[in-house]
Design a protein around this ligand. Structure first.
Ligand SMILES: Nc1ncnc2c1ncn2[C@@H]1O[C@H](COP(=O)(O)OP(=O)(O)O)[C@@H](O)[C@H]1O
Ligand SMILES: [Mg+2]
Length: 368
């Protein structure tokens, strides 16, 4: 069931459009990340859902009720900001209970709710402390407890982990997913961190300059990016520019053909095909190439795999993985390989790059 429904929302600050044509649905109990670079409009969109910012156009519904004109306090949302924004002069209990007090819930009833919320974020017994007596991770858990204690219908999180160091951040990611699952709250999570978005969410919405360019399950947006921006923002990718050449074929500038998946435009139209570096295998020797041809046909069980003759230009050793750069007819291709070969390829080696047409997806060029 749809819980949050954003319909054709637009917002400008002065003459600058910050969001345009934002339409998205968020299912009940789902965890969706809004992912985009700094300035892409993530915070503004979250603040529109919360009610801190009014959209110029469009509607927002929560739980089937149009809340476009409803003030923040009447929307029943819980929000955690990038800076924890705890009240420093108040105890942890009073911080967590702030929203309850405002709703007139006091005494034993409030105490029970506060304790349950502190239990959920694994800080039982911390109620009497002051925020400054807590670590960054603990403060962020208090902020989370404060956001969920009022049993909101939607939880909005604006880069809540970005102030934490790497290790704590990873711990808190696990905690956040646990708390979200346990509470069943519909959650919208803002981040500019690709890996965080992919690992935490059911769905990811990618924002590029105030528009959602793609929304889908993590694997879907990673494996099937729709635009050049989405492809490049989600990690390393090889882009092959060419022209549609009939069937599934793309002709590169030097006349080589690569096969791809998806619907190609009419012959002669310029297209860009994208391949993730870990999808490409490096093989040397005729036999190896024949073997690969069979396997690399991949999901579509195509008889022919894509092949490019190349020369290894660099190898970066990172323990578990190796990153190769290979020169193939004037273009540099990046390949990620597991460090499992007895003898890795060396700079100068003549090799063949082999990959499946099923892993070769067409991406749209970004709008100007
Ligand atoms: N209150 C405001 N007044 C004017 N411009 C703003 C305001 N809030 C945000 N902006 C501008 O809107 C754009 C998007 O901001 P924001 O939503 O904070 O992006 P993000 O969270 O993705 O970094 C930025 O260019 C920012 O400078
Ligand atoms: Mg922001």
């Amino acid at each position: 069931m749809t819980d949050v429904d954003i319909n054709a929302v637009a917002k400008s600050f002065g003459a600058t459009p910050v969001l345009s044509g934002i339409t998205a649905q968020f299912g009940e109990g789902s965890f969706t990340s809004l992912l985009g670079p700094s300035g892409s409009g993530k915070t503004t969109l979250l603040r529109i859902v919360a009610g801190f910012v009014a959209p110029d156009e469009g509607r927002v519904s929560i739980g089937g009720r149009d809340v476009t004109g409803t003030p923040v306090w009447a929307r029943n949302i819980g929000m955690v900001f990038q800076s924890y924004a705890l009240f420093p002069h108040m105890s942890v209990s009073d911080n967590v209970g702030f929203g309850l007090a405002r709703r007139g819930i006091k005494g034993g009833a409030a105490k029970r709710e506060i304790e349950a919320a502190l239990e959920l974020v694994r800080l039982p017994g911390y109620g009497a402390r002051r925020p400054k007596e807590l670590s960054g991770g603990q403060q962020q858990r208090v902020a989370l407890a404060r956001a969920i204690v009022t049993k909101p219908s939607v939880l909005l999180l604006d880069e809540p982990l970005s102030a934490l160091d790497r290790r704590l951040r990873q711990e808190m990611q696990v905690e956040l997913v646990r708390i979200q699952r346990a509470s069943g709250l519909t959650t919208i999570f803002v981040t500019h961190d690709q890996e965080e978005a992919l690992t935490l969410s059911d769905r990811v919405a990618i924002l590029d300059r105030g528009r959602i360019v793609q929304i889908g399950a993590p694997a879907e947006i990673y494996e099937r990016p729709k635009t050049r921006f989405a492809a490049e923002f989600l990690g390393d990718i090889n882009l092959f520019e060419g022209i549609a050449a009939g069937g599934d074929w793309v002709a590169l500038a030097d006349g080589r053909l690569i096969a791809c998946t998806g619907v190609l435009p009419p012959d002669g139209i310029r297209v860009t095909a994208a391949v993730r570096p870990e999808k490409i295998a490096i093989v040397s020797g005729d036999k190896a190439i024949r073997e690969m041809g069979r396997d690399a046909g991949g999901e579509a069980s195509r008889e022919a795999a894509n092949r490019l003759e190349a020369t290894i230009a660099s190898v970066v050793y990172a323990g578990a993985a190796l990153t190769y750069k290979a020169e193939a007819a004037g273009r540099t291709v990046t390949i990620f390989a597991q460090n499992s070969d007895a003898r890795p390829h060396a700079v100068g080696d003549a090799v063949t790059l082999v990959w499946s047409p099923g892993h070769t997806v067409l991406v749209e060029e970004d709008r100007p």
